[in-house]
Design a protein around this ligand. Structure first.
Ligand SMILES: Nc1ncnc2c1ncn2[C@@H]1O[C@H](COP(=O)(O)OP(=O)(O)O)[C@@H](O)[C@H]1O
Ligand SMILES: [Mg+2]
Length: 253
């Protein structure tokens, strides 16, 4: 077992997931092993339809895998009741959905506050601070429909951070961002990692993958079955050796 897995905040082992549509079985994920280490930005890349969002939902305890286990901070989540999973999600995980999932009837501020579990009198200042941190300090009262795609994406990120989770899972969080806001998010991910948190980010964006400490590539599935397709490979590195060792750290899942 690598040091990454031993120290990991989150590990997936042997994760598989299939969907059956129109009587046909589609194996989306097969035998995936992945670890998210604290202090690292980990990128997950792969072509469209390779199962990145499916894997993120499984890692984020939103979808149960058909096979395999997800262990969060040493706790095997298999078999936990829905309420226990919801509690773990709220307290230990920040999740940024690819489609943001902001509630349309609420302002950005209210959306950020919805999952908040801390002290009430600190709530609003915290939410405002996070919205400022993602460059939305002047958009607190806007509803999602009054925000651009990139602004909704950043509001969703602020919401994911409201309970100060040790682990952030973000599904293509820079998909709608300009270069300036992309740099802002990359800086934020780096700060979170430097603070000892784990960040797993799905991306199509080379700049985001380049800025990551570890890059996982989800393999192409071939037809409806992907026998032997999924290879696990995860390596770790940190800090200064990042750029120098990047090519050796990429692995296909
Ligand atoms: N609820 C579902 N029912 C059936 N097929 C699904 C479902 N969700 C995803 N899929 C299929 O699983 C594959 C992977 O989807 P997804 O995880 O969204 O990929 P990615 O995020 O890498 O683009 C796709 O072929 C998609 O059509
Ligand atoms: Mg996706």
């Amino acid at each position: 077992m690598s040091r990454t897995s031993l120290n990991a905040l989150l590990t997936a082992s042997g994760v598989g997931k299939s969907y059956t549509l129109g009587g046909q079985r589609v194996d989306v994920l097969k035998d995936i092993d992945l670890a998210v280490a604290p202090g690292c930005v980990t990128a997950l890349v792969g072509h469209s339809g390779s199962g990145k969002s499916t894997l993120m939902h499984i890692l984020g305890l939103l979808t149960k895998p058909d096979t395999g286990r997800v262990v969060l901070e040493g706790h095997d989540t298999h078999g936990l009741a829905g309420s226990a999973l919801a509690d773990l999600r709220r307290r230990r995980l920040g999740f940024v959905f690819q489609s943001y999932n902001l509630l349309p009837q609420h302002s950005a501020l209210r959306n950020v506050l919805l999952p908040y579990t801390g002290r009430r009198r600190e709530a609003e200042a915290r939410a405002r601070g996070l919205l400022e941190r993602v460059g939305l300090g002047d958009r607190c009262e806007h509803r999602p429909s009054e925000l651009s795609g990139g602004e909704q994406q950043r509001a969703a990120l602020a919401r994911a951070l409201v309970n100060d989770p040790p682990l952030l899972l973000a599904d293509e969080p820079t998909g709608n961002l300009d270069t300036e806001n992309e740099a802002l998010l990359l800086g934020l991910f780096r700060e979170l990692a430097d603070d000892g948190r784990g960040v797993l980010v799905v991306t199509h964006n080379q700049a985001v993958a380049d800025a990551a400490d570890v890059v996982h590539r989800l393999g192409r599935r071939t037809g409806l079955s992907a026998q032997g397709e999924a290879l696990a490979a995860h390596k770790e590195t940190k800090g200064r050796s990042r750029a120098a060792t990047r090519s050796s750290r990429e692995g296909e899942l």
